[in-house]
Design a protein around this ligand. Structure first.
Ligand SMILES: Nc1ncnc2c1ncn2[C@@H]1O[C@H](COP(=O)(O)OP(=O)(O)OP(=O)(O)O)[C@@H](O)[C@H]1O
Ligand SMILES: [Mg+2]
Length: 286
């Protein structure tokens, strides 16, 4: 497997306010994200998630250490366009990401800026809208769409730039449950079918259930890093960090405290339901 994103001893300070000492928003972070993987980043408010995300397409540059995007040093200005083309970002507020009055024009905006020839843009826009399941809305006005649909249009705008990686910084936070599911299913499909690397920052633990990897941040550092089955059973540590495990694991943890013996790595709803039924002897032959 090759590496999509790499940070080496990455430390970052925002400029200090007057009379105050600058504190590090990121401290000595070394990690690699494999190409084609689906990585979820968790952490309470102010833990450094957005600051880390901004390093992943050179919106912010390290104070110390290095960041490489597909092997390209983000500090090398001559590589900026290549880096931005490789990593697309989706942010929280769908309304701030729409620039045109017609969906297909909005999706075309990115590739136009990259100087893609116009006959190629048509194909890219059509393919991108199909990839997010929004082809039927090509001629619609974006502001009339639901939040989930707007985010899918924002994702289509990135897909049209043919990126290798998408970073979503709480892109589902302002959506209702239906919109959240639409966006989550869309990025999982792009990951599976197109091999696009996904870095998903979220406060919704259940969005991490199907990730290849979960990274937990606290105070500018990576404090847990593993598969969902490795990270979520550490319920007490998650609570100490101001986080919860997914509702499935929380339920089993509570039952265990009442004397049951359930496996905390049964993270998905199906696995959890099976484990609970088994423990209570439900649905089993006499
Ligand atoms: N523009 C800024 N100037 C100064 N300090 C900042 C700036 N943006 C963030 N910080 C500080 O850097 C630290 C990390 O912030 P960051 O936004 O990366 O956290 P986060 O994990 O994304 O939080 P949230 O869950 O609220 O989005 C925090 O202490 C924050 O106050
Ligand atoms: Mg943030």
């Amino acid at each position: 497997m090759s590496t999509m994103l790499e940070t080496k001893n990455l430390t970052f300070y925002y400029p200090a306010e007057e009379g105050r000492k600058a504190t590090a928003a990121l401290r000595d972070i070394t990690l690699q994200v494999e190409k084609g993987s689906f990585v979820v980043v968790l952490g309470h408010n102010g833990s450094g998630k957005s600051t880390l995300a901004k390093h992943m397409n050179a919106v912010v540059l390290p104070s110390n250490g290095k960041v490489y995007v597909d092997g390209r040093d983000t500090c090398d200005e001559s590589l900026l366009l290549e880096i931005r083309q490789r990593v697309g970002m989706v942010f929280q507020n769908p309304d701030n990401q729409i620039v045109a009055n017609v969906v297909e024009e909005d999706v075309a905006f990115g590739p136009e800026n990259l100087g893609v020839p116009s006959r190629q843009i048509r194909r890219r826009v059509d393919d991108a809208l199909a990839a997010v399941g929004m082809s039927a809305f090509a001629r619609h006005a974006p502001h009339l769409l639901s939040g989930g649909q707007k985010q899918r249009i924002a994702i289509a705008g990135i897909i049209a730039m043919e990126p290798e990686c998408i970073v979503l910084d709480e892109a589902t936070a302002m959506l209702d449950p239906v919109g959240r599911r639409e966006v989550l299913e869309t990025v999982h499909r792009l990951n599976r079918e197109m091999g696009i690397t996904v870095v998903l920052i979220t406060h919704h633990m259940n969005e991490a259930e199907e990730a290849d990897r979960v990274i937990v941040m606290n105070d500018g550092q990576v404090v847990m890093d593993g598969t969902p089955r490795q990270v979520f059973p550490r319920v007490a540590e998650l609570h100490d960090l101001g986080l919860a495990a997914p509702a499935t694991v929380e339920l089993m943890d509570q039952l265990n405290r009442e004397g049951m013996d359930l496996p905390l790595d049964a993270v998905t709803v199906e696995e959890c339901a099976d484990a609970v039924c088994r423990a209570f002897g439900i649905g089993q032959e006499e």
